[in-house]
Design a protein around this ligand. Sequence first.
Ligand code: THU
Length: 130
Amino acid sequence: MTKTELCQKAQDMLKMAYVPYSHFPVGAALECADGTVFTGCNIENAAYGPSNCAERTAVFKAVSEGHRSFVRIAIAADTDDFCAPCGVCRQVLREFAEDMEVILVNRRGETQELTLRELLPYSFNSGILE
Ligand code: THU
């Protein structure tokens, strides 16, 4: 899948976001090593705490379907600025990918490309538990 197609999938998910509290939709499209793409949106909750970010929705969909190897994620928001993943999502992505490409997409379809290593240097990971 091209970068443009992956970004479009993330943007398409904005309309699926359940955001009655923040009114801040986020969409994600996660590309696995075998090319499979899982999408996600943020899903909020009246108790706030159980809310789930778009990135984690995509990761949990993928892992629950047997996919654990990720190469890229596109994250879209309906904002002029780029929406970088929160700390919790960075850590969840790190569990399955030491480094991966992170593509941020704003409302104009402009992109910023980063790596997970840039976003989460010196990360805590399973290696230290061994
Ligand atoms: N949110 C995401 O889905 N992904 C991010 O990277 C940042 C924040 C969601 C959480 C909440 O539903 C809303 O955006 C406002 O924080």
